[in-house]
Write a protein that binds this ligand. Structure first.
Ligand code: AFP
Length: 312
């Protein structure tokens, strides 16, 4: 290595290698990153119309949802490292790719479909588990890695493989290059991102929380896209995001496996916290692929405060 010039930039692959991530996991994360490039291209070039199909939750699928899902599956297949996968856009079954391969991948290929036509930032979310043992019965704490891509004015990739949470940007030649290593959440709240606000109607404690944030003069930062809204907190190093049960979504709108589990992993690796109101999201037993959970995530002290108020 002594004859190597000092790198002028740190690529995702180099960062994974230097972080001691296993070769197989490094290859898989690189392959998922490649899928993100194709999804980004699809967002910019695909017809935004409806696909005429619906996902297992009965939600209409955009052509983009279906295409993004296909893109991710192609890359997972090509990696030859994925034993099974579960996609939010497909059947509520774990689907087999390569028996005996080391990883199980769960993903939401395009989160924020309702924002696509208004050209707001959206994202892809991934959780990576060992293929050893059944997924049902594990907890999100068993993830080996988690990552997301946020497609906005720039395409950003954030991952953790258990040694901190790190951000990369897609540069002009199509390489993910280190933007910020070791994202760190301070115990500070300047912004709040309250999801499923309709729940204030039948969850008085949520209205109490809203009133507190308003009285304390916090700044509202909520786009309706989980990926950019939580990315905002991780990059700023402060804030709170909630999506709790009530009204149309008794258990909260967001899914444990595809959305809350990966973000809880990334947030806690960055020194933040997560809760379902009782315990860390990472400690919830995975009992079925489409289970939903309330989520409180962000600065540690505020997560505790919100959970306490919502329990009251
Ligand atoms: P869509 O995928 O239907 O746009 O939903 C996005 C989402 O799953 C998540 O990204 C947001 O945080 C959440 O829903 C927004 O929920 P509310 O509209 O209830 O605030």
């Amino acid at each position: 290595m002594s004859s190597c010039p000092l790198p002028s930039r740190i690529s995702l692959n180099n960062h994974l290698f230097e972080s001691g991530v296993s070769d197989e996991l490094r290859h898989l994360i690189n392959d998922i990153a490649r899928a993100g490039k194709y999804v980004q291209n699809a967002i910019r070039t695909t017809d935004l119309g409806l696909a005429g199909s619906s996902n297992t939750f009965g939600e209409d699928q955009l052509k983009l949802d279906v295409l993004s899902n296909r893109i991710v599956k192609e890359e997972l297949c090509e990696s030859r490292l994925v034993c099974c996968f579960a996609s939010e856009e497909e059947s509520d079954q774990l689907q087999e790719l390569v028996p005996d391969a080391p990883f199980t991948v769960v993903f939401d290929p395009l989160d924020g479909s309702s924002l696509v036509d208004s050209n707001l930032a959206i994202g892809s979310i991934f959780g990576i588990y060992s293929a050893q043992g059944k997924l049902l019965g594990k907890k999100p704490r068993d993830q080996m890695a988690a990552m997301y891509l946020v497609y906005g004015p720039r395409t950003i990739l954030v991952y953790s493989a258990g040694k901190g949470t790190h951000a990369f940007y897609l540069n002009e030649v199509g390489e993910f290059t280190l933007l910020q290593k070791n994202l760190t959440m301070r115990d500070e709240v300047k912004t709040y991102a309250p999801g499923n606000l309709r729940a204030v109607v039948d969850t008085p404690a949520y209205r109490t929380m809203m009133d507190l944030w308003l009285d304390e003069g916090l700044t509202l930062r909520y786009s309706g896209g989980m990926v950019p809204d939580i990315h905002h907190m991780l990059i700023k190093g402060a804030g709170i995001f909630t999506n709790i049960g009530g009204s149309k979504y008794p258990k909260g709108k967001l899914r444990l496996l595809y959305e809350c589990g990966p973000f809880a992993y990334l947030m806690e690796q960055a020194g933040g916290a997560s809760s379902d109101g009782e315990k860390s999201i990472l400690d919830i037993d995975i009992v079925d692929l489409d289970q939903r959970t309330p989520i409180i995530i962000g600065a540690r002290g505020e997560v505790k405060r919100v959970a306490k108020i919502l329990r009251s």
